[in-house]
Design a binder for this molecule. Sequence first.
Ligand code: MEV
Length: 458
Amino acid sequence: MTDEPEPEAQSPTPHDEAKDMTSQLSGFYRLDLDDRRARVAAIAGLSPTEIDALSADAGLSDQQANRMVENVLGVLGLPLGVCVNLRVNGRDCLVPMATEEPSVVAAVSNMARLTRRSGGLDADADPSIMIGQVQLCAPSDPEGAVAALEAALPELHAVAASVHPRLVARGGGVRGLRVRRVDYDEPGFPAEAMVVVEVLLDCVDAMGANMINTVAEHLAPHVEAITGERVGLRILSNLASHRLARARCRIPAEHLASEGMSGDEVAEGIANAWRFAWADPWRAATHNKGVMNGIDAVVLATGNDWRAVEAGAHAFAARSGRYAPLSIWRRDGRTLVGRIELPLALGTVGGTLRVHPGARLALDMLGVESASDLAAAAAAVGLASNLAAVRALATDGIQRGHMALHARSVALAAGAVGAQVERVAAMIVEAREITVEGARRALTAMDLSARQPADAAE
Ligand code: MEV
């Protein structure tokens, strides 16, 4: 009934042959860039040509970018890293992460290593159900409109189902419709009743924004005809409350022990950080930022819509009427128990993935079978990223690790190249002088000491 392109069926990925791969790659960060690419390609069953799609000039060409959005001038690069060591549902996975923030990939990889000592994380996600809303603006008879629409639900269901006829064969389709009365009653302004028809559509492996918006637009004239009232908005809701992803982990306290602190003390510190976030929205916002550091990086790397994910996550965090943490950390005897739940509308077909070779490659590297698997992996990364933050806050504080990684960018900014970068970074951390000036001095000192034997021989 519509020209709306439906997502193609998912083709088997190179990962289908690499299910028993390992993500446990100790010292991976010490390899140089080419060796890292070669290692990941070998593990994930990707060819050297495929992995080349990750290099800066191959990720997205000007021409490809020019077809994606308007008024294109160029392409903005972001580092694409890989989270190693992660084990989700008993399976190792290499998770692509695109982020500009130093320490996020390292932190998640470290927590992946920590959690794998007790079996890794468990994660799951709902089917890919999107919500579309059709709004009746200020109907003259709201109760009459609700009654008429409820009586016509089978007709509306048939209209919605006719929009993407091939979706059912792929396991998706309309999952229900409901009618709600919504009251605008902002103090100081005239009250207004609204009626909303909501349609639930399982979009299978697509993120589904275009699909659900098309359904909402097709329903609108029918909603007007049934009620005799005027339709206003016809659009999806980013609060994808039927598309939740969850992750969990249990960590024996002794695995958390840190310099000068017992595992139980660290577990208590993490539980305290969670209670603070529960009690205070200012802290909850920062707690959730630590979650989204991990999730956004996966969303971005796999070509998904991070604004949609952010909007859904924060609306979900405020669903009780008070903004709250997306994850929970509690002690259960001598075990730290963590879990997270949030809406994750992610696709593995269609959208950006049609045109972005780097995003397609990232998805192949992860080797997920479905959009729900991708959402489950992203939830696991979100929980690990949050754990890294609250563990650091409960122990050393966040700056020590951050500054150590920041030191590398400072070394680069001061002109260090190759092996100099790590050495200069170590020197300025040691000297507690993580500034470009400090890095220049370190470079000069290195240069002098390298020349010394020759000078002495002269
Ligand atoms: C920094 O990007 C994220 C943190 O602030 C999160 C947190 O405070 O939990 C470290």
